[in-house]
Design a protein around this ligand. Structure first.
Ligand SMILES: Nc1ncnc2c1ncn2[C@@H]1O[C@H](COP(=O)(O)OP(=O)(O)OP(=O)(O)O)[C@@H](O)[C@H]1O
Ligand SMILES: O=C(O)C1=C[C@@H](O)[C@@H](O)[C@H](O)C1
Ligand SMILES: [Mg+2]
Length: 167
């Protein structure tokens, strides 16, 4: 078995939600680098940001992506900012990378006002807008398939991914 899909996109694009559903649909294992980092650090992503800093989180994240790409068969969802590291961008070449695109309105609605996302604690709307604008070119460049998720149901999106990757 080989890696079936790597999901990338900003917070709220649905990487974790669709990743789980896609893996179920394909009958393969699901893995999420945010969960891998939390397991390694022994604490939630938010606590790593606060106690150790974003740089430390990015270091752990880069290692988690490297390890997952080397050993995981199935569907892999990346943390929203994992693609910022050049080494990670290089590692993703040749993999079935799917960019989950989402507009600001839907993304804001989906992430809500919860504080589980450390980068969005202060003024989530403007933080999200800035982050999405900065990252969009990277997401687009790395993807072999782009799926527009606004107003679409997760189950429909999973079918679109399966179809898009089989072409
Ligand atoms: N297509 C969709 N339509 C409506 N709600 C959605 C959709 N996709 C995801 N959601 C909801 O949006 C929220 C965020 O989704 P999810 O956690 O999957 O995003 P993520 O891309 O993994 O974010 P992060 O980068 O923070 O890990 C969840 O509450 C989820 O149920
Ligand atoms: O977009 C980001 O930079 C992040 C997204 C989440 O998946 C987590 O990896 C963390 O909250 C940072
Ligand atoms: Mg997620």
């Amino acid at each position: 078995m080989t890696l079936k899909a790597v999901l990338i996109g900003p917070p709220g694009s649905g990487k974790s939600t669709l990743g789980r559903l896609l893996a179920e649909r394909l009958g393969v294992e699901y893995r999420d680098t945010d969960a891998d980092v939390e397991a390694t650090a022994g604490k939630p992503v938010g606590d790593i940001f606060v106690e150790d800093g974003e740089e430390r989180f990015r270091e752990l994240e880069a290692q988690a992506v490297r390890q997952a790409l080397a050993e995981h068969d199935g569907v892999l969802s990346l943390g929203g900012g994992a693609i910022l590291r050049e080494a990670t961008q290089d590692l993703l070449a040749g993999h079935p990378v799917v960019y989950l695109q989402v507009g600001l309105a839907d993304a804001v609605q989906r992430v809500g006002l919860g504080s589980a996302r450390p980068l969005l604690v202060l003024n989530p709307r403007s933080q999200l807008k800035k982050l999405m604008e900065e990252r969009r070119p990277v997401y687009e460049r790395l993807a072999v398939l782009t799926v527009v998720t606004d107003g679409r149901k997760p189950v429909e999106l999973v079918e679109e991914i399966v179809e898009g990757l089989s072409r």
